[in-house]
Design a binder for this molecule. Structure first.
Ligand code: PLP
Length: 414
């Protein structure tokens, strides 16, 4: 098979809803992937923060295959040990939580957050959820309605009612918007799809206080920020004990590369849902839980978290140097840990494609932002290789900007 043939077949068989990069990935090992033409790429995207220990990690392969050989699916009408083990590990990792509910995707976990908020507020007539402009919570109707991006809503109205969107990082606006129907606040500690926009400490701590003052549930969507991505296991840990949530959604790398998501609920929320009030056929599948458990144990080891933070600092420093070298192309460098964004002065797509051409996979989001989500076990040498490619691409973009559009791009792989 080749890139060209797979792409041609895809265009005739799969619904055309994705603007894909023009390669078909065939295999991966560690921080590297290969396409169907045999070309190698350094993966600074990890399938949007899913393959967080790189590709084909031996401990994950072992856990998956051992569980698949034992029993691959049970459904939730039975108890199964892998699910319990992963729930216990998550409760240990996030001591605010007293229960875990499993699902399959980020959107589905956020649907459950919405249910929690509605059920918890029902007796007092509270149903409204305060959410934020630019947020992304998923593509199902509830999660989409919670997402503060008008372009995603177009043509799909009427959406689920009961969401009030206010500007991100604007605590005063949030304060003003709490009313007698408000039940909960839903927020990403760093907005990922909106171009890696970190919530300020003041904003996030202020939301926790606001929730306390009005008896609201603070619901953190840590689907992208969670599980080590920002340098701590959960992004709320950057704020000590000042922004501990009542509910938190996780997904992406939770299943070690298999579809798995979860909602962790604290003491103020757990009782809102009882027997028969929620369900899923596949959520908490034993193979996904086995892989997720292996991954979580490795990712939460202090040495791994410290290594991820250190390589994150190396990348951040390198990106800042690139910004200083090319201020006409890079407007801003932002992010935390290994969730980093370069806001450009123009569209991100040409930079993403030029990186791809040279064997580096990065992600373009929010039109002008190049987002980097490399594996958490990226080596310093790999970080430098990625920076070198980005440096070449940005230097070319800078020289094209000054010399006009006809300058031909150079081709070199890391
Ligand atoms: N929430 C956040 C913060 C996300 O980044 C995403 C996906 O990118 C989602 C929710 C939706 O997750 P999924 O695509 O697994 O439904």
């Amino acid at each position: 098979m080749s890139n060209r043939r797979t792409i041609a077949r895809e265009q005739k068989s799969v619904l055309q809803t994705f603007s894909r990069l023009p390669v078909a990935l065939a295999r991966g090992k560690g921080s590297w992937v290969w396409d169907e033409d045999g070309k190698r790429y350094l993966d600074f995207q990890t399938g949007i923060s899913v393959s967080n220990l790189g590709h084909a990690h031996p401990a994950l392969l072992k856990a998956m295959s051992a569980q698949a050989a034992r029993i691959g699916h049970t459904c939730n009408l039975f108890y199964q040990e892998r699910q319990v083990e992963l729930a216990e590990e998550l409760l240990q990792a996030a001591p605010f939580a007293e229960r875990v509910a499993f699902a399959n995707s980020g959107a589905e976990a956020n649907e459950l957050l919405i249910k929690f908020a509605r059920r918890a507020g029902a007796a007092q007539g509270r149903f409204e959820i305060l959410a934020f402009h630019g947020s992304f919570h998923g593509r199902t109707y509830g999660a989409l309605s919670a997402s503060g991006q008008v372009k995603l809503h177009k043509g799909l109205e009427p959406l689920l009612p009961g969401f009030r969107h206010v500007p991100y990082n604007d605590l005063e606006a949030a304060r003003r918007s709490v009313g007698r129907h408000t039940a909960a606040i839903l927020v990403e500690p760093v907005q990922g799809e909106n171009g890696v926009v970190p919530g300020s400490d003041e904003f996030l701590v202020g939301l926790r206080r606001l929730a306390d003052r009005h008896g609201l549930l603070l619901m953190l969507d840590e689907i992208q920020t969670g599980l080590g991505r920002t340098g701590k296991l959960f992004a709320y840990e950057h704020l000590g004990h000042d922004c501990v949530p009542d509910l938190m959604s996780l997904a992406k790398s939770l299943g070690g590369g298999l579809p798995l998501s979860a909602v962790l609920s604290g003491a103020r929320a757990t009782a809102a849902l009882g027997l028969g009030e929620h369900g899923t056929t596949m959520g908490g599948n034993p193979i996904a839980c086995a892989a997720g458990l292996a991954q979580l144990k490795l990712v939460r080891a202090p040495r791994q978290l410290a290594a991820a933070s250190k390589v994150g600092e190396l990348l951040l420093e390198g990106l800042r140097a690139l910004q200083a070298a090319h201020p006409g192309v890079v407007r801003e460098v932002r992010g935390r840990g290994l969730m980093l964004g370069l806001r450009l002065t123009g569209p991100a797509k040409p930079v993403v494609l030029a990186c791809l051409e040279r064997g580096l996979i990065v992600n373009g989001t929010a039109d002008t932002v190049v987002r980097l989500l490399p594996p958490l076990n990226l080596t310093p040498a790999e970080a430098r290789q990625g920076l070198a490619v980005l440096g070449e691409v940005l230097a070319e973009a800078a020289s094209r900007a000054s010399a006009g559009p006809s300058t031909a791009p150079k081709r070199k792989q890391p």
